[in-house]
Design a protein. Structure first.
Length: 141
């Protein structure tokens, strides 16, 4: 479950960065590999922040590792607090709006494929847990 403000009892184990990479009203969704948690679900380019990184370094690294995209103009949107049954974490949401359709090269160790979807149609995809709530929050759906 996600919360816009920090819950009273909240003990984050890590931080996650994520980015809505958008082109002409659609954003990039990556299909998770079978060996990943929540396999065969879609989510945006995202991943854990390493100890020696700040969130800006982490989002640039994650986008590059997962898509081979670099030198994007990235803007910070917000953070939410996520509570799962076994752990809590902070989820940072970024956005990048592209001027031209890029060539996406996915990392086959992490993802199987990708799609571009409008915010409204993305909600019909099989999304990773709580991704729908982040889409609704970012796109005001």
């Amino acid at each position: 479950m996600i919360y816009p403000t920090k819950p009273e009892i909240f003990n984050p184990r890590f931080e996650i960065v994520s980015c809505f990479v958008e082109f002409q009203g659609e954003f990039l969704l990556l299909l998770r590999q079978d060996h990943k948690s929540e396999p065969n679900t879609y989510w945006v380019p995202a991943g854990k922040v390493w100890d020696e990184e700040d969130i800006w370094e982490a989002i640039e690294r994650e986008i590059f590792e997962e898509t081979w995209l670099s030198n994007l103009e990235i803007k910070y949107f917000d953070k939410v607090y996520v509570k799962y049954e076994n752990y809590d974490f902070i989820y940072h949401i970024f956005h990048s709006k592209l001027d031209k359709l890029p060539q996406i090269i996915i990392n086959p160790d992490e993802h199987k494929s990708y799609i571009w979807r409008s915010p409204e149609l993305s909600l019909y995809e099989d999304l990773i847990e709580d991704e729908d709530e982040c889409i609704k929050l970012f796109y005001w759906l």
